[in-house]
Design a protein around this ligand. Structure first.
Ligand code: BGC
Length: 763
């Protein structure tokens, strides 16, 4: 019996032999395995070999933390667990029981003044930690994280993090609430804009790059900040896409799908984590000792601290797991949330809870120790103040250049009929649409916090195109309509502008406020009358290039059917218009790929590439299969999809070995990628695995490698991926990581539809 058959048998054993009925059971049980009386167990748990656990503790820091802890009163300890969000609250706390930190307060002078009160006018002089949501930029706004993920280039995320960390730290902020790494299947959820899309592997790579960029090797450096991996955990599973909503998730899904980016971030040394607003299988994440203690602090060996989300401890009452504030505090502290944001239950009830034995001294000490550890690691005891002269209030030329290149690197070409793109410099271009002269909307959610109202407005699409075109006079503009209103009075002028031009660039999409926190949409069509605007512009008979600005996948079937070309630009940040023009005129050849599936219709949600197969996979010729009566199968644009101005071939994958030892084995997969077109361009070579027979049903594809490769016309490069047992193993419903023997299929190509296959056997 082959290994493949052995592992197949173990999968059948999992069915219990009796649970299958009807025609399906007959076809499943007619192989050689069907007659075996005793199933052979080949499912041997093998510990994950990928690095887990925070980097080792610094002895000196530990000694100092221990010494300080000994000098602290209970009130001083509880104070460290409190995070406030106004200068007034901070001043008040510092005058009585010093708080641990302040967030959402900006300005170097103001932060220094608060720090002075903490360091010079409190008994122990413990410095404050200063937090802010530096999500995709402090002074310089980079593309939104979903856009950055589209680059399939971790260097893009790292570049943002390096620039943002320096700008923030020099302005007094030493702690960012980023990276957000909530894997999600929910385009209706506004917060999809803040993360990396639907894939745990891609999200892990981007998250680790961000942590590295923010923290460097030593986040006490004057241009580094402590990062915060959020939101822990499974927030992306929010039912119906409504924010803050319930998440009910199996253990295997939690571990295979939602936890990997957090695990990877902990291994990369992330200083802090933030708990999420949702429940996880009935237990709110803020009171979830399984996810916080058993998984994060024990199994992952995380030694930084966990902060609650905004009033997340107080919300345990509304969730219905705490009767009052004291209950909420007890639940949060015992579960392992170390610092409370905004609500004040830890400081209000900590003493009483300790006296009644509902929380322990060691739980309090552990939380304080974790917070002090991060403060020492930030170097705050040596350098509590920031040099006010170094505050970064303007976008530098160097940061601008980086925003421009990461902006264009994050764009995805979805359609390009008649090779209408790139545009000729000599073409007469009509720039039309509600986003054509938009500014702040091109930053997307979470922007402009660093410098407040004075943040630099992004370059508009119209200005970018005028600057890039052969002559600015050849570029005309008509607004057409607003983003959301029902007013069509601008349509006639838009159609006339289109008729007078050679080509139309139609800038459509969402406002910044339509994605992000508390910004769920039940309908993800283009808002307002934008679809009708496209229809009326097309009437002019000129090629229409739609450029999309949006914080989530949209339902684009009509746009796809009508437009000549579609460029997904997301929210590109401060250099938006220039980055768009770079791509439209071919200075940059688009090479991004979708980090999330675009559904054909909202009723198809959730739709994602790494789904299980079902017992009856969709078959257009068989009604009794998993599909809709009224919709084609699959997404409109799948995960990993994106076009280029050139063409590529990827050779059949070659393995270094037909076998992998399940105890720490590895092998390589190589392909040659060739630019077969006439211009230079980037291809993202993607590697997916599939385990066709396992003890629990496996996704039809799982991304386990990607490489963005730049190639001159005619150039060829070899791309080699290394696969280890971590790439073929998975967690079961007892949270055991299993590496099972048997066949593994490997697919390599340029999207999740990759069909060049090679197989090996895990032995
Ligand atoms: C969000 C977090 C954010 C926090 C602080 C909350 O509402 O969920 O992502 O970090 O506010 O601003």
């Amino acid at each position: 019996m082959t290994d493949h058959q052995l592992s197949r048998r173990s999968a059948l054993a999992g069915l219990g032999g009796t649970a299958v009925i009807g025609a399906l059971s007959t076809s499943l049980l007619t192989g050689p395995e069907a007659s075996a009386a005793t199933p052979v167990q080949t499912t041997v748990p093998v510990p994950a070999t990928d690095p887990a656990g925070s980097p080792p503790l610094n002895k000196k820091v530990e000694q100092r933390v221990g010494a300080l802890l000994k000098r602290m009163t209970l009130a001083e300890k509880l104070g460290q667990l409190q995070l406030v969000n106004t200068p007034d609250l901070a001043r008040k706390a510092l005058a009585t029981t010093p708080c641990g930190g302040v967030f959402s307060v900006i300005g170097a002078a103001q932060l220094n003044a608060l720090q002075k009160q903490a360091v010079q006018h409190t008994r122990l002089g413990i410095p404050l930690i200063f937090g802010l949501d530096v999500i995709h930029g402090y002074t310089t706004n980079f593309p939104i994280p979903l856009g950055q993920a589209s680059s399939f280039d971790p260097a893009v995320a790292e570049t943002d993090a390096i620039v943002s960390a320096a700008e923030a730290r020099r302005s007094g902020i030493n702690w960012t609430y980023s990276p957000m790494m909530d894997v999600t299947h929910e385009p209706r959820w506004g917060r999809i804009a803040e993360g990396d899309g639907e894939d745990p592997y891609l999200a892990s790579q981007m998250a680790v790059a961000k942590v590295r960029g923010y923290q460097g090797s030593d986040y006490s450096a004057p241009d580094k900040v402590a990062a915060c991996a959020k939101h822990y955990v499974a927030y992306g599973g929010t039912e119906g896409g409504r924010d803050y909503n319930t998440v009910d998730v199996s253990i295997q899904e939690l571990h295979n799908h939602y936890l990997p980016p957090f695990k990877a971030s902990v291994a990369a040394g992330v200083a802090t984590l933030m708990a999420s607003f949702n429940t996880v299988a009935g237990v709110p994440a803020h009171a979830n000792s399984y996810t916080l203690r058993n998984v994060l602090k024990d199994a992952f060996d995380f030694n930084g601290f966990v902060v609650s989300d905004y009033t997340g401890i107080q919300e345990l009452i509304m969730h219905g797991v705490a009767g009052d504030g004291a209950d909420a505090a007890a639940a949060g502290i015992t579960a392992g949330v170390d610092m409370e944001m905004v609500s004040t239950n830890y400081v209000d009830f900590g003493k009483e809870l300790l006296a009644r034995g509902r929380i322990s001294q060691s739980e309090i000490d552990d939380a304080v120790r974790r917070i002090l550890r991060v403060k020492y690691s930030l170097g705050l005891f040596e350098h509590p103040y920031v040099d006010e002269a170094g505050e970064v209030t303007a976008v530098s030329a160097a940061a601008r250049a980086k925003a421009r290149s990461t902006g264009s690197r994050s764009m995805v070409l979805l359609k390009n009929d008649q090779a209408v793109l790139p545009l000729q410099k000599t073409a007469k271009v009509a720039v039309i649409g509600p986003l054509a002269v938009a500014t702040y909307d091109l930053n997307g959610t979470w922007s402009g916090l660093g410098t407040g109202a004075g943040t630099t407005p992004p370059v508009t699409v119209l200005d970018g195109i005028r600057a890039a075109a052969g002559s600015p006079a050849s570029v005309t503009y008509a607004r057409g309509c607003d983003i959301e209103s029902a007013d069509t009075s601008g349509f006639a002028a838009a159609t006339a502008a289109a008729a007078a031009a050679d080509v139309v660039v139609l800038a459509l999409g969402e406002s910044a406020a339509m994605s992000g926190e508390a910004s769920a949409r039940s309908n993800i069509d283009l808002p307002g009358v934008q679809q009708q605007l496209l229809a009326s512009v097309v009437v002019a008979g000129k090629p229409v290039v739609v450029v999309l600005f949006n914080g989530r996948p949209l339902t684009l079937q009509s746009t796809h059917d009508t437009a000549t070309a579609i460029l997904e630009a997301w929210a590109p940040g401060v250099e938006a218009g220039n980055a768009v023009a770079d791509v439209l005129f071919g200075k940059v050849n688009p090479g991004g790929k979708l980090p999330v599936s675009f559904p054909r219709a909202v009723g198809q949600i959730p739709i994602y590439y790494n789904h299980q197969n079902t017992g009856r996979p969709a078959d257009p010729n068989n009604k009794y299969t998993s599909k809709y009566l009224d919709l084609a199968t699959g997404p409109l644009y799948g995960f990993g999809f994106g076009l280029s101005y050139t063409s590529f071939t990827i050779s059949a994958p070659k393995l270094s070995s037909p076998r992998m030892n399940r105890h720490g084995g590895h092998l390589t997969v190589s392909v040659d990628v060739v630019n077969t077109g006439a211009v230079a361009g980037d291809e993202v070579v993607q590697l997916y695995v599939h385990d066709p027979v396992a003890s629990i049903a496996q996704p039809v594809r799982r991304l386990r490698g990607f490489r963005r490769v730049g190639l001159q016309a005619g150039q060829s490069k070899r791309v080699t991926f290394t696969l280890t047992t971590d790439d073929v193993g998975f967690y079961d419903n007892r949270a055991r990581f299993l590496v099972e023997t048997g066949l593994v299929e490997v697919y390599v190509g340029n999207s999740s539809a990759a069909d060049q296959k090679v197989t090996f056997t895990v032995v």
